[in-house]
Design a protein around this ligand. Structure first.
Ligand SMILES: Nc1ncnc2c1ncn2[C@@H]1O[C@H](COP(=O)(O)OP(=O)(O)OP(=O)(O)O)[C@@H](O)[C@H]1O
Ligand SMILES: [Mg+2]
Length: 346
């Protein structure tokens, strides 16, 4: 077997348990035959895949050569230098703008607001990606009716994001065997996974990358501010004091780490009784607007506490697209206010 014949044979081998050839997976590097020995370089950085492909080749070629030297390409490790929030890295150069949807508190409606903002921007004709940064409680697939999808890889070995309602979607829940598989990860692993979602997903060119943050003011928030130039943070609050206290903490954190804020959305602001049409301020009134005033950041609008918002969201039918006209209008107006109150590169 000469070099050319060996290379052709290697490219046709099928990766164990996957119906794809080593050629399709772009795993074969330099190949050279001299006398009775062969040198084969594998283009993988993973030890597991190196060992399984090495065994595959050894089994196939054991009678062909006296010496088989199969090496793993020593690839330069990806730059994992963390940036600083003052001069962040840009892990998403394909996105013209990054919007981070966040709040100090859990359960106030970040994921619902992120989803509807992302789709609202797409309705205006922008190219939008939605990244679920809530690694431990990923809800975006359910909210966008993509929970039965699982990721695949394209020919450039990039992860293909899910797509629905005109936006591209990536969530850790699309990578687990089932959507409800819990992840038991240290936060450093979670953060690396998110960086991979920024770098290795085939987002294409985006006008906006919208990021649904996990609750709190922790590692993920800080990392995102260090790894991405965030164009605008959108803070979500509900009117009651315990929520506005937590949002205050988030506002102070963002001021501290120099992230620009588009403003505050007040979710579950009021409830209109379907029978009497009477308006109730279940969680109090004006909490979000007060915070906005206190910290001198824009107030982006109110979204009512509405049974249909919850029902639509649970069914993966985003209210900004499939809700009542009144509800659609609420989200659309928030989107307009975000566009007006932040400096975007469009
Ligand atoms: N305006 C609304 N009216 C009625 N229900 C709402 C509204 N906004 C959100 N919800 C419901 O409240 C629940 C929590 O919303 P969501 O998951 O968006 O919050 P979150 O802040 O992302 O939560 P977490 O902190 O756990 O990530 C969901 O069941 C959602 O459907
Ligand atoms: Mg959420």
């Amino acid at each position: 077997m000469n070099t050319k014949e060996l290379k052709t044979a290697l490219l046709q081998l099928k990766y164990p348990k996957i119906e794809r050839t080593l050629e399709e997976l772009k795993l074969i590097g330099e190949v050279k035959v001299s006398a009775k020995s062969a040198n084969i370089e594998l283009l993988t950085v993973s030890d597991d895949s190196y060992l399984s492909v090495k065994k595959l080749i050894e089994d196939r070629l054991e009678n062909e050569f006296e010496h088989l030297n199969i090496t793993k390409k020593s690839q330069a490790k990806k730059d994992m230098n963390y940036g600083s929030s003052m001069a962040p890295n840009n892990r998403a150069p394909y996105a013209k703008n990054v919007i981070a949807v966040t709040s100090g508190k859990g359960g106030v409606g970040k994921s619902t607001v992120s989803t509807n903002i992302a789709i609202g921007l797409a309705q205006l004709g922008y190219r939008v990606g939605l990244l679920d940064a809530d690694v431990y409680g990923p809800n975006i697939p359910r909210l966008t009716n993509t929970d039965l999808e699982r990721i695949s890889w394209n020919d450039e070995n990039k992860i293909v994001p899910a797509e629905n309602y005109g936006i591209k979607i990536m969530s850790v829940a699309l990578t687990t065997p089932k959507m409800d598989t819990p992840l038991v990860w240290r936060s450093s692993v979670a953060v690396s996974a998110l960086i991979q979602f920024l770098e290795d997903v085939a987002w294409g060119e985006l006008d906006f990358l919208v990021i649904d943050m996990p609750p709190g003011t922790g590692d993920v928030q800080l990392t995102m501010a260090q790894e991405l130039p965030i164009s605008a943070a959108v803070l979500v609050s509900t009117p009651q004091l315990v929520a506005t206290d937590d949002v205050s903490r988030a506002v102070m954190m963002f001021k501290d780490i120099n992230v620009k804020m588009a403003g505050i959305v007040e979710n579950m602001s009021y409830f209109i009784a379907p029978d009497t049409k009477h308006t109730y301020h279940i969680f109090g009134q004006g909490g979000g607007a007060k915070i906005a005033q206190k910290y001198n950041i824009p107030f982006l609008g109110e979204i009512p506490l509405d049974m249909q918002i919850r029902e639509n969201s649970d069914k993966g039918e985003p209210p900004v697209a499939l809700g009542t006209p009144e509800v659609q209008e609420c989200y659309k107006s928030v989107v307009q206010n975000i566009l007006q109150n932040a400096k975007f590169n469009l």
